[in-house]
Design a protein around this ligand. Structure first.
Ligand SMILES: C[S@@+](CC[C@H](N)C(=O)[O-])C[C@H]1O[C@@H](n2cnc3c(N)ncnc32)[C@H](O)[C@@H]1O
Length: 233
């Protein structure tokens, strides 16, 4: 059957409307899924970091961060997924101008309360990894501590853009072997995966990269961990 030009136009118009409608509902569904995921994260971490007094984590600053920060002059720092602020507060006490974001609003409120009590200032924002505006040549130091394996589309180039030349990025998280030992085979970062992301993106120098046993800040037990410090060239 051959369509007349008028019928063809009609048919195409209907097809376009149908396509736009399908795309709009697909986007709406993704949006709903993201909202639900963020809400689960918000509740889970508010509970663990603020409400649950028995939740075991290191309330002092991360050791790799403390070592790294002590070797450079204070400047501007961004704490990604900063939680209840243990690292952000440590840096602020050492004279850094500190910003941080997280989805856990009560954890951020806790950090702000601690900051006020200690006459410190923190810039905090409720945001997620993928929506936060990391900025351009803005940070002397970015921390990504116990915030997962950087599985966010385009994140490494964003981090490179956000750091000043010579700025440092400090990372620590569980190795995949630790996940497997915990019976969580998809938890923890795969061997070399984090270093590879920075090498493939380019524009960084790897100053430290180790995969070894250590006491994890979360759980406070010996686990295989990944430690990394890179600087932006
Ligand atoms: C294990 S805690 C680590 C907190 C802090 N970095 C520290 O070292 O104490 C993980 C944090 O990541 C945050 N988080 C998880 N998914 C996130 C996301 N998509 N965007 C922003 N923060 C997120 C949680 O709310 C939680 O505060």
């Amino acid at each position: 059957m051959q369509l007349k030009p008028d019928n063809m136009k009609n048919y195409l118009q209907k097809l376009i409307v149908l396509f736009l409608f399908a795309s709009a509902s697909a986007f709406a569904q993704i949006d709903e899924e993201t909202k639900a995921r963020n809400e689960r994260i918000r509740q889970r971490w508010n509970r663990s970091l603020v409400d649950n007094q028995n939740y075991i984590f290191n309330k002092d600053a991360n050791n790799l961060l403390a070592q790294t920060a002590s070797s450079i002059n204070p400047g501007s720092a961004l704490c990604v997924a900063m939680g209840q602020g243990r690292n952000a507060l440590y840096l602020a006490k050492k004279g850094w101008v500190v910003s941080g974001f997280d989805l856990a609003d009560e954890a951020l409120a806790y950090a702000q309360k601690e900051a006020k009590q200690n006459n410190l200032s923190l810039h905090t924002e409720i945001a997620s990894f993928d929506t936060y505006s990391y900025g351009s040549s803005k940070w002397d130091l970015i921390t990504w501590l116990y915030g997962g394996c950087l599985q966010i589309e385009g994140i490494v180039p964003k981090l490179r853009e956000a750091l000043v030349p010579g700025g440092l990025f400090v990372f620590e998280f569980f190795h995949r072997d630790a996940g497997v030992e915990m019976g969580r085979s998809d938890f923890g970062c795969e061997e070399n995966s984090i270093k590879q992301m920075f090498e493939e993106a380019g524009g960084f120098q790897v100053l430290l990269y180790e995969e070894k046993e250590g006491i994890a800040d979360y759980g406070m037990k010996p686990n295989k961990l990944i430690y990394m410090v890179v600087s932006k060239l």
